[in-house]
Ligand binder design. Structure first.
Ligand SMILES: [Zn+2]
Length: 466
């Protein structure tokens, strides 16, 4: 048998095998198979358009400049589970090498596939691939086809096609991660709103050069730093989606009330020689600046988003600095500011549930939690609907840098919400009508209202002239 014929036969056999497995229900994640969800609830979840409260999406112009292959689906975040399962981190560079063939990349991943294929991260990738490429799964016989299609379609309009048409997302709120970006002023207003980066604006993590160049302030003393902060809010607060801070990756979430004269002296020393400040002094400087940013955000009516709980990546998680409960003093200090507590605070979701119940200015954002721990998120939603006001939860944020896996994350989020609401209904925690109403609030209406999405979009479109 020649090689070509052999390949045809093995591909056909693989396809038949996939079809059998599929019929046997081995694969979940199909739109038609929302197991465990009441049909009335699933019908609302599958019909509605979604408001996405958190992304790191690149602009399409950036995507078009780089080669793409099937790793777009796995790089952010699925690769972390492969590493936890034993993939040597030295293989990551090879998996990111555009010159390595998809089949060779698959050979690096294959030894860990069975261990990780059912985690939320990896399922999100598999579900997206099934929907977008019509293949049964990611595997040795499909990575080539997926890669080829992605590269062929890497043309203007692709991001819109996936994000707006396939995912049916009305608008996403983007926390831009390009180095030193405080606010991404050039964006596609038909897809995105942009967050002001609280991390790159707070001390000592301030993107100094960007802030100097954009605001025109020298940043020589604390007053000029404060003017620079004001500049960003005066210029962009009307169109920005929120101010977002993920400093839990770098420091604790407890923010003391530091007097201005103390901060002034610390700031002067920091500008002269940043290494002269002790850890506690850097924290105090950060505390002062974050309190200042939150106050200004509040004056401009912007929601403050804060990363709480679990950290992305591998072999770095430590629990002391990520606890949502550390934020209670901040919630009391700024009663008129709305705080959006990210990621359900996982694994401290009980703290978040209690905070959202008690504090009028606290909201919970599941973003990312439905793929970090799908079953844990189902439990959380049941606890939330039976203890907190329905208006205080945002369910979906893709939290990805590229558009490709968003569909899978969204599908899992809808499924998780659907299962939780179905169970809550069946267990007598709420009526079916209220479960249906909650689905709409969580995936769309709460975000539209709390973030004033329509108003902000209008301002952004006006500035960009579109
Ligand atoms: Zn994020």
């Amino acid at each position: 048998m020649d090689r070509r014929r052999f390949l045809q036969l093995t591909t056909a056999a693989a396809a038949a095998g996939w079809a059998l497995l599929e019929r046997a229900g081995v694969f979940d994640g199909e739109d038609s198979k929302a197991r465990g969800v009441h049909p009335d609830i699933w019908s609302v979840l599958s019909d509605l358009t979604v408001m996405d409260s958190h992304e790191h999406q690149e602009e399409e112009s950036t995507r078009l400049k780089r080669p793409v292959d099937f790793m777009e689906y796995l790089r952010h975040y699925a690769l972390s589970d492969f590493i936890t399962a034993g993939l040597p981190s030295s293989h990551v560079a090879m998996l990111n090498d555009p010159n390595l063939a998809p089949e060779d990349k698959w050979r690096l991943l294959a030894p860990y596939w069975d261990a990780v294929k059912n985690t939320g991260y990896v399922r999100a990738a598999r579900i997206a691939v099934r929907r977008i490429h019509g293949v049964p799964d990611i595997g040795p016989s499909t990575v080539g086809q997926i890669s080829e299609e992605l590269q062929k379609n890497n043309r203007p309009g692709y991001v819109r096609r996936v994000y707006a048409e396939i995912c049916r997302i009305e608008v996403g709120q983007v926390n831009a991660l390009e180095p030193n970006t405080i606010y991404r002023a050039q964006t596609d207003p038909n897809l995105f709103l942009q967050d002001i980066s609280g991390l790159r604006l707070m001390l000592p993590y301030l993107a100094v050069q960007t802030a100097q160049e954009e605001s025109g302030e020298e940043l020589g003393d604390l007053a000029s730093y404060e003017r620079a902060v004001n500049w960003y809010f005066e210029r962009y607060a009307g169109e920005a989606s929120a101010v977002k801070n993920q400093c839990a990756y770098l420091r604790s979430l407890s923010f003391d009330d530091v007097p201005r004269d103390v901060a002034e002296r610390l700031y002067a020393r920091w500008r002269r020689d940043r290494r002269s400040l002790a850890h506690s002094e850097l924290k105090a400087l950060g505390d002062y600046s974050w309190n200042y940013i939150v106050r200004v955000a509040g004056e401009h009516g912007l929601v403050v988003k804060i990363h709480t709980g679990y950290l992305a990546g591998n072999n770095s998680l430590e629990f002391a600095r990520i606890r949502p409960a550390q934020l209670t003093t901040l919630l009391r200090r700024f009663p008129n500011v709305k705080f959006d507590l990210f990621h359900m605070g996982y694994p401290f979701q009980h703290e978040v549930c209690a905070m959202v119940k008690q504090y009028a200015n606290a909201y919970v954002d599941l973003t990312w939690a439905p793929i970090v721990n799908p079953a844990g998120t189902i439990q959380f939603i049941k606890q939330f609907v039976s203890s907190c006001p329905m208006t205080k939860l945002f369910a979906f944020g893709g939290d990805y840098r590229s558009v490709d896996p968003v569909y899978g994350h969204l599908w899992i989020t809808k499924h998780v919400v659907g299962v939780a609401l179905t169970q809550a209904y069946e267990e007598g925690l709420l009526g079916l009508d209220d479960a249906v109403r909650a689905a709409r609030l969580f995936l769309r209406d709460n975000v539209a209202k709390v973030f004033e999405v329509a108003k902000r979009r209008e301002v952004l479109r006006k500035r960009l002239g579109s």
